[in-house]
Every structure is written in C-alpha cells, then in structure tokens.
Design a protein around this ligand. Structure first.
Ligand SMILES: Nc1ncnc2c1ncn2[C@@H]1O[C@H](COP(=O)(O)OP(=O)(O)OP(=O)(O)O)[C@@H](O)[C@H]1O
Length: 243
C-alpha cells in the first residue's frame, strides 16, 4: 500500500549477485519532504539500495516505487537526481562550465530555467572566485561541493546522495549540511553517511541496515531514547556492533 504522502516505498527488497545476497528483505517508506538517512557498516548494502532507488540497478526482487512509479521508468527518472559516492566533475572544465553543462541539459532549452539552475548551483557550490578555475585544480572537497551543487541545483523532487560529505573538511561539511536542511520540504532527500552525528543532525528519520537487513527505523531521537544511549553513534554500536 502506498500512502499518498510517500515519496519512496520499498517492500521486501532482495538483491543478489551470483550466490551473494546483498539485500535481504528491506522494507521502508520515505515521506515526501523528508530528509532520510541510510546508515550501516561498510558493505551493509547502502549504495546498492540507493542504486535500486535511482533506477540504476534494475534486477532485484520486491516492490520499489518512487512517487508511485517504477524507479527505472522515464517518469521516475525525471523526478530523481542521484549523486553516486564516486561522482566527479569534468576536470577540464571550470566549475562554472560544469554547472552550465548540466543546467543546459536539464533545462531542455528553457533559458530562464537554465539561468535559475545555474544561479542556484553557484550558490550551493559556494566556491567564490574559484568557480572560474578548472576543476582539475580543485581540492577533493571543492570537487565534492561542485557535484553536490550539480545534483541539487535542478530542484529535484527526490535527491539521492551517496555519502555527500565524505572527504569534506569541517567548514564544507557544515555548509553542505545546512544547505541540505534548508532544502527540506521542497525536495525529498535520501542520503547515506558514516558520519552519524551529522545524520543525527540532518535526518528526520534513519534506517539502520546491517548485512542487507533493516535493523532499526525511526527518528534519531527515538532510536537514541529506545536504546538508552547518548547519541546515534552509541545506538549504532549497540544495535549493529559486534554482530
Ligand atoms: N556488483 C557487485 N558484485 C558483487 N558484489 C557486490 C556488487 N555490488 C556490491 N557488492 C557487495 O555487496 C555488499 C554491499 O555493498 P554496498 O556497496 O551496497 O555497501 P555499502 O553499505 O554502501 O558499503 P560502504 O559503506 O563500504 O560504501 C558488499 O559486500 C559488496 O562487496
């Protein structure tokens, strides 16, 4: 059953590669406008889950819907903006040329829309005058900000960010975090992260997974209370640590 306010609905999602079971019956819903975090140890299946939601992985069993549509459908693809863990800019283009390139593609000839995407992208990337430098001259953190900007500038209905703040220094992380929080409402955001303090701060709800199974789903505050811990990191260790 898909509730009207569901942006994403996942029921009994299984994914195997060869004989290896990667996802073993994940079920969860993401409400429209939510910032939803997927957390879990290395190899838990976070990236695989995000790739299913983005319509990149098409062979799986279970029911997955994005705004009521199959994620691989053209309609769903129009709603989703996905940033993979290893996303990178075009090194030979400047920061602004990178954004222009994507703004042009996504605005499909609408010059006004192209301008507004670009303006938004520049703001999100907040690279100052360095936006006129070629991306090959950027630090890892600057490249990251550029690809996040390119993902979010198009005002997607659903943004899927795989580890958005990895490789970012404190200041850049804070900037991205605040920006993600400020998008709340218009865009539904699903992100994965290993930084649980950040997840606690940013996410309305969190799905904790381990070995492809859901371990816990809820608001960070509720999970912390239920587990009798001081923060999400401690809850995580209590629920997932030491198998
Ligand atoms: N194409 C594939 N072929 C074989 N195994 C795969 C494939 N893709 C993922 N896996 C395996 O599935 C498991 C889950 O991988 P996934 O990348 O989804 O985990 P993750 O939670 O994102 O991990 P990390 O935190 O390290 O990024 C891992 O054991 C990984 O080796």
């Amino acid at each position: 059953m898909i509730a009207d306010h569901s942006a994403v609905s996942v029921t009994a999602l299984y994914k195997s590669v060869g004989r290896k079971e990667i996802l073993r019956g994940l079920s969860f819903d993401v409400e429209e406008g939510e910032v939803f975090g997927i957390i879990g140890p290395n190899g838990a299946g976070k990236t695989t889950t995000l790739r299913v939601l983005s319509g990149i992985i098409i062979s799986y069993s279970g029911d997955v819907k994005v705004f009521g549509e199959n994620p691989r459908s053209a309609r769903a693809k129009g709603y989703i903006s996905y940033m993979p863990e290893d996303a990178f800019p075009y090194d030979r283009l400047t920061g602004i040329e990178n954004l222009q390139f994507y703004a042009r593609i996504y605005s499909r000839g609408d010059r006004k829309l192209e301008e507004s995407y670009l303006e938004r992208g520049i703001k999100i990337a907040s690279l100052g005058d360095r936006i006129y430098d070629r991306a090959m001259e950027y630090s890892r953190g600057m490249k990251r900000r550029l690809v996040i900007a390119r993902t979010l500038m198009v005002n997607p209905k659903l943004a899927i960010l795989d580890e958005p703040t990895s490789a970012l220094d404190v200041e850049s992380s804070v900037r991205i975090r605040d920006m993600i929080r400020s998008m709340k409402g218009n865009t539904t955001l699903i992100l994965s992260s290993h930084n649980l303090l950040e997840v606690e701060y940013m996410c309305d709800r969190v799905l904790m997974i381990n070995s492809g199974r859901g371990v816990k789903l809820g608001k960070p505050k509720e999970i912390i209370e239920e587990t009798g811990t001081r923060n999400l990191e401690e809850s995580f260790i209590k629920l997932v640590g030491e198998g």
